[in-house]
Design a protein around this ligand. Structure first.
Ligand code: GLN
Length: 301
């Protein structure tokens, strides 16, 4: 029996070939097809992050090859994404109102449709000289911080029940805002309105949890987000009903309450507001033509 080890002459030994960026993207995109609705975009965001380069670099240099360390990092990110972890948590940030928010699994990832709340608050502020604004359930601080960038002389109070969320929100305020803008936001620990001082606010705004406990949307990536920021009772409206009931004690005469809600909750939220004594109630749609927020004024005369 021939016991000699077969080995290639050293001149023929080849190093494993490192795939170039476009090949890596193609392979990664295939791997993510079953977990993501946007596999190529996800792969691009993760690869650009592993390379510490702008997205455009991938398109400009498709044939360049990453270092082994960069490739290993990309593989680590892909592994997380294959487990369903949202891209924003892997990258550690998410853009909202064109601002870069740090996000951790302690906070809901800001959604583009929530920008409608910011737009509506800004519009309502146009007729007020010194509006006092309260945001309930601030999470990453996205709404309050976006407002603070647009309203440099306005005092904003932002609350959350989660200390971890408040730490993330404070961190975002420090990173995103100027010192002056940051000084305009007061972050408070409170379970909805329970620990809010009885000041009169002109505007109370919230993107509360509004998904029903048994909702099928709770599958997939969303299960990595904090349940307390998503789910609220059997019909999803527990937090919204509580806010509608209590907010009127904190609003000035004619003060405005604006609430984000689910695509099929507009009518119920409006009815609830009207029953609680709010006037001029209306539901607005987001850019996807989906009912997204309902607002009403409290007239306490
Ligand atoms: N808009 C989020 C979603 O549908 C839910 C956010 C919330 O409950 N406030 O995923």
């Amino acid at each position: 029996m021939n016991t000699r080890q077969t080995s290639w002459p050293s001149s023929v030994t080849t190093e494993p070939v490192t795939p170039c960026l476009s090949e890596l993207l193609q392979q990664a995109s295939c791997q993510l097809e079953t977990v993501s609705a946007s596999p190529l975009l996800d792969a691009q965001l993760l690869l650009a992050h592993a390379l510490q380069k702008a997205h455009s670099y991938l398109l400009t240099w498709p044939e360049s090859t990453p270092s082994q360390a960069e490739q290993a990092l990309f593989e680590e990110y892909l592994q997380q994404r294959r487990k369903g972890i949202p891209v924003a948590y892997i990258l550690g940030y998410k853009e909202f109102w064109s601002l870069p928010f740090t996000v951790t699994p302690d906070v809901l990832i800001p959604r583009p449709e929530t920008e409608l709340l910011v737009e509506q608050v800004l519009e309502s502020c146009q007729t007020l000289t010194q509006p006092r604004i309260l945001e309930l359930g601030t999470g990453s601080g996205a709404i309050a911080i976006a407002l603070a960038t647009e309203l440099p002389r306005v005092q904003i109070t932002a609350s959350d029940y989660s200390e971890a969320a408040l730490a993330t929100a404070r961190n975002n305020a420090q990173n995103i805002l100027s010192q002056q803008q940051e000084a305009n936001i007061t972050f408070l620990h409170s379970d909805w309105l329970t620990k809010i001082p009885r000041t009169e606010y002109d505007i109370i705004v919230s993107n509360p949890p509004y998904i029903a406990e048994a909702d099928s949307h709770l599958e997939g990536d969303i299960r990595h987000e904090p349940l307390s920021a998503l789910v609220s009772g059997s019909d999803g409206l527990d937090a919204i009903r509580m806010i509608i009931r209590d907010a009127k004690h904190y609003l000035c005469h004619g003060g405005l309450l604006l609430l984000e809600h689910g695509f099929d909750q507009g009518q119920r939220v409006k009815t609830c507001m009207q029953a609680a004594g709010y006037a001029h109630c209306k539901t607005l749609q987001d850019p996807a033509q989906t009912d997204r927020l309902t607002m009403g004024r409290y007239l306490n005369s």
